[in-house]
Design a protein around this ligand. Structure first.
Ligand SMILES: O=C(CO)COP(=O)(O)O
Length: 149
């Protein structure tokens, strides 16, 4: 268990494919108060829409198809992102599908909480983890991260 898991201010990465951007924006508006307690970053277009809708600062990376997913993946691997909210589109192939898969993969490798739908995002944003409270699921985080694969 590290200090990182216990801190109350998390860095949340938010990403949504075009047909899921409405869902993400609506979810973010409902959860604006909770989101305002944390540092937000996002892929380019998602970030711009979030900033316009929430009036909160959002660090914007490149657009997904231009490498934004890979930038977020790299930040996860550097332990600079605590949570990933990624509303990927289950109905449509993306030109950058390999990047999408890579981002989802690296999130699992680094054992960060990830939500890909509204129901899970609701659980996550209201969880003790977001408040910096210890959670059992993360007890062996360091051991997990350093495991032999
Ligand atoms: O394509 C994306 C994620 O795979 C999202 O990128 P944008 O936020 O720039 O639309």
């Amino acid at each position: 268990m590290t200090q990182k898991q216990l801190k109350a201010n998390k860095t949340i990465a938010l990403v949504a494919h075009d047909h899921r951007k409405d869902d993400l924006i609506k979810w973010a508006i409902v959860n604006k108060e909770a989101l305002s307690q944390h540092s937000l970053l996002a892929t380019g277009t998602t970030g711009r829409l979030l900033e316009e809708s929430l009036g909160l600062p959002v660090k914007k990376l490149l657009s997904g198809p231009l490498g934004g997913d890979q930038q977020i993946g790299a930040l996860i691997a550097q332990s600079e992102i605590d949570v990933l909210i990624f509303f990927w589109d289950p109905m449509e192939a993306q030109p950058h599908d390999p990047d999408v898969k890579a981002l989802l993969r690296v999130g699992i490798v680094w054992n960060i909480p990830m939500a890909c739908d509204v129901a899970t995002a609701d659980f996550l944003i209201s969880s003790p983890y977001m408040k910096g409270t210890y959670t059992a699921a993360l007890t062996d985080y360091d051991a997990y991260k350093n495991r032999k694969v």
